[in-house]
Design a protein around this ligand. Structure first.
Ligand code: CMP
Length: 143
């Protein structure tokens, strides 16, 4: 079983897409094992996206991510990282496949509704950024 972190971004919560995003994950046999709604500060968004700190879009991205509520989730399942990325679609909605979340709902490359970890390493960093071990309701943790 693999875990990944996903975020319904401020454009997703504004557009009432929290349920739609989670429905698509659950429909793909993934389980939501942790969930919270949070308003990130600018500095919290900067720390989360620190891997992009030298990119030209960093300031705009972190302004956007701190502009309203996010729903942060840990999703578990077989190949969860790649499954979530497939359900989300390409970062740029113009390049996203038909039937993906970003193709259906994203306005542009920055306001793209949803985030998902891109590797085991980033999933580990990102899950630990938002949740502690007691908040992860994975099947083995209570054995
Ligand atoms: P996400 O999957 O959350 O990972 C990094 C985010 O940076 C990405 O989704 C987009 O929201 C944003 N992003 C990536 N590339 C660009 C870009 N060229 N211009 C603006 N924002 C971008």
């Amino acid at each position: 079983m693999e875990k990944t972190l996903s975020i319904v971004k401020p454009d997703g919560t504004t557009k009432n897409l929290i349920g739609e995003v989670l429905r698509r994950f659950e429909g793909a046999n993934l389980r939501v094992i942790a969930l919270k709604m949070i308003n990130l500060s600018k500095s919290e968004a900067e720390a989360f996206y620190s891997v992009h700190k030298d990119k030209p879009f960093f300031s705009s991205l972190t302004d956007f991510m701190s502009s309203g509520p996010c729903v942060v989730t840990v999703v578990e399942g077989e190949s969860a990282i790649s499954k979530v990325r497939e359900i989300m679609g390409a970062t740029n909605p113009d390049e996203a496949a038909e039937g993906t979340i970003r193709k259906d709902y994203a306005s542009d490359i920055e306001r793209n509704i949803v985030h998902g970890s891109d590797s085991l390493e980033s999933a580990s960093f990102e899950i630990n950024y938002f949740f502690n071990a007691l908040e992860l309701n994975d099947r083995n943790s209570r054995d």
